[in-house]
Design a protein around this ligand. Structure first.
Ligand SMILES: Nc1nc2c(ncn2[C@@H]2O[C@H](COP(=O)(O)OP(=O)(O)OP(=O)(O)O)[C@@H](O)[C@H]2O)c(=O)[nH]1
Length: 301
């Protein structure tokens, strides 16, 4: 009997650091979402595409589902809420080591408003004793009627295949949205901006990282010099943050640029000229369209 091909969009949500990027990387077999011990490293949606013989799952990495503290947070929350209604399935991930908190309740309140099926993924089971798992499952069952509850270790890969099978079983018959070998949709600009952000996160230990965004102003191949020229803006919300990122005599920005350039060169396999600048932008709402526009234009390259 011929089986039908299934496909659909799945939103991956959860509090910062529960392991969403780690799961995506595990599923897709390569580093697409940048990981960091610091919360909130992935601000934008990444679509990781998993394709098997039976199904295609398009993952939407949806960070920012938490109580907004500033404009960018509000923007993200709005996008997140919208996403929950548009996808075919929501995966709500929790860290079994972290207690149930206000952040989780906030997400569950958002889920109550969506009609989409919801899986609860209990991640990091490698960190607890198996006996501790059952009471935790009961606790979450009392909070919300999840369609499935799947304990996994995203880091070690335990139960990840089962999860993929279960996700596929919830999807409806559908087309292959992306070719088999595509793991991310328009990855270059996104990954370049994430690499720059990652360097800032690692080099500055200030409050700054939580309110920055990276905007790629230009990314083009310069034939005469045989380099990829990238101009990117580091956008901050306050002037004081600008000073921290630029650093003494521009030292911090130079360091960020140099480390990011090395990684980008490795990613693109060509020489890179990276120009970074910092701008203060108070009103994030004006940035909505640009934040959405991570499309990589072949012609610029
Ligand atoms: N022991 C263990 N650690 C894990 C597991 N999954 C993720 N981690 C660790 O948890 C930390 C956070 O993981 P991320 O994947 O960056 O978390 P995230 O949810 O994507 O975080 P944001 O990007 O801030 O939304 C990293 O140090 C991971 O190595 C797991 O299954 N077991």
């Amino acid at each position: 009997m011929a089986t039908t091909f299934k496909s659909g969009f799945v939103a991956l949500i959860g509090r910062p650091n529960v392991g969403k990027s780690t799961l995506l990387n595990q599923v897709l077999g390569q580093k697409v979402a940048i990981m960091s011990d610091k919360a909130q490293t992935t601000r934008n949606k990444i679509r990781g595409v998993y394709t098997s013989d039976e199904a295609q799952i398009v993952f939407i990495d949806t960070p920012g589902i938490h109580k907004p503290k500033h404009k960018l947070g509000q923007y993200m929350t709005r996008i997140a809420q919208k996403t929950l209604n548009e996808v075919d399935l929501v995966i709500f991930m929790v860290d079994v080591e972290q207690g149930y908190g206000k952040g989780d309740q906030y997400i569950i309140d958002m889920l109550e408003r969506a009609k989409t099926p919801v899986f609860l993924i209990m991640n990091k089971i490698d960190k607890i004793h198996p006996e501790e798992l059952l009471p935790l499952i009961d606790m979450y069952r009392n909070k919300y009627t999840f369609d499935e509850i799947v304990p996994i270790s995203a880091l070690e890969g335990n139960n990840v295949n089962t999860l993929l099978q279960q996700v596929s079983s919830y999807l409806e018959e559908g087309p292959k949205f992306y070719p088999d070998d595509q793991v991310t949709d328009h990855p270059e600009r996104f990954i370049v901006s994430e690499l720059i952000r990652e360097k800032i996160l690692h080099l500055t230990r200030e409050e700054v990282p939580h309110s920055i965004a990276i905007e790629i102003d230009e990314m083009s191949y310069k034939k005469d010099r045989d380099v990829v020229y990238i101009q990117a803006a580091v956008i901050v919300e306050r002037a004081s943050q600008k000073g921290i990122i630029i650093g003494k005599s521009g030292g911090m920005l130079k360091k960020v640029g140099s480390l990011a350039r090395q990684d980008i060169e490795a990613l693109l396999g060509s020489k890179v000229f990276l120009e970074l600048w910092v701008k203060v932008q108070k009103n994030w709402r004006d940035k909505e369209s640009q934040l959405r526009d991570y499309g990589f234009n072949e012609e610029d390259y």
